[in-house]
Design a binder for this molecule. Structure first.
Ligand code: GLA
Length: 301
């Protein structure tokens, strides 16, 4: 019996330590579910499901994807509250689609494929499966080493010596959805510099896993800086604001490396810092968050 009471579902944002623009070619990536989160509070509705006009494309996408997967869809109405900056590279839209999928199925954990399909319907953009898997399968204190070719997950403990800060440049993607699809097509077509990014990025992911486990902040930081240079010069998805934030962050002695996070073009930078220096590094910027790895999406209370 579907529940007829009001329930809340949370979905975290996604921070990708490393492995950018390789999920959709079956690469292995290293994201975590982070402590910025979105909460959907839903009550039964006698009308069509409604969570406000901004969310409607996602409601429609989630309903269609759930139905296609054979899941019973319920009519729900309610509210959305979120601390995940929108369009900033932290997967706010995947968090929204995931929490809605729980709410509209009254608590069935969605598969990453269903959420991916819901987002494709809502936005017209086909991404890889990294964000959905991190947001659903995340584990407190751990990153996910995710093989996007097979879906296999290895939960990697993040050593206590490592701190993470997300710096929001305040810039936002506009035509970026088009540019994301262009970059993806260029990589799939074998364009030399795009392929060089993908190959070197994949090697960096495997080097980073060892550093994350060992608490080797210096090595992890150096790997992130190499990743940023590759995303800037070979994949060409950086911006002046992102480059400046990376430079400013690594100017602080407690910060050992930084890079743009997510699809790029605008949004946020991830800085890897010595544990204990997080707040000092964050204080250098107008908008920055100390981030930690939390459990994946589920019910609240
Ligand atoms: C977006 C997509 C992901 C991934 C990243 C880049 O977040 O949704 O699937 O491709 O960009 O790594």
């Amino acid at each position: 019996m579907p529940s007829n009471r009001t329930r809340s579902w949370r979905a975290p944002g996604r921070v990708n330590i490393i492995g950018e623009h390789i999920d959709y070619i079956g690469g292995t990536v290293l994201p975590f579910a982070c402590n910025l989160e979105l909460v959907v509070t839903a009550s039964p509705s006698v009308h069509a499901s409604s969570f406000g006009p901004d969310a409607q494309p996602f409601v429609d996408g989630v309903e269609a994807a759930l139905r296609a997967a054979g899941t019973l869809v319920l009519s729900r109405e309610g509210t959305i509250a979120s601390t995940i900056p929108v369009g900033a590279g932290l997967s706010s839209s995947t968090a929204l689609a995931t929490a809605l999928a729980f709410a509209l199925s009254d608590g069935a954990q969605p598969t990453p494929e269903v959420v991916l399909e819901a987002e494709r319907i809502a936005t017209g953009v086909s991404g890889g499966s990294m964000d959905q898997t991190a947001i659903i399968e995340g584990r407190s204190g751990h990153a996910l080493l995710l093989d996007c070719a097979t879906g296999a997950i290895d939960h990697v403990p993040i050593d206590d010596a490592i701190g993470f800060v997300v710096i929001d440049t305040g810039t936002r993607r506009r035509l970026a959805d088009g540019r994301y699809a262009i970059r993806r097509a260029e990589l799939e077509a074998g364009e030399t510099r795009r392929v060089r990014h993908a190959e070197t990025e994949q090697a960096r992911v495997f080097a980073a896993v060892d550093a994350v486990r060992a608490g080797d902040v210096a090595s992890l930081g150096a790997i992130l800086i190499e990743s940023h240079v590759s995303l800037r010069d070979d994949f060409e998805v950086s911006s002046e604001a992102l480059d400046a934030a990376v430079e400013n962050a690594i100017g602080h002695p407690g910060c050992r490396g930084a890079r743009l996070v997510g699809a790029g073009f605008a949004g946020c930078v991830l800085a890897v810092v010595e544990a204990g220096a997080e707040h000092e590094v964050a204080a250098l910027f107008e908008d920055a968050y100390v981030v930690t790895a939390v459990d994946g999406a589920g019910s609240v209370g």
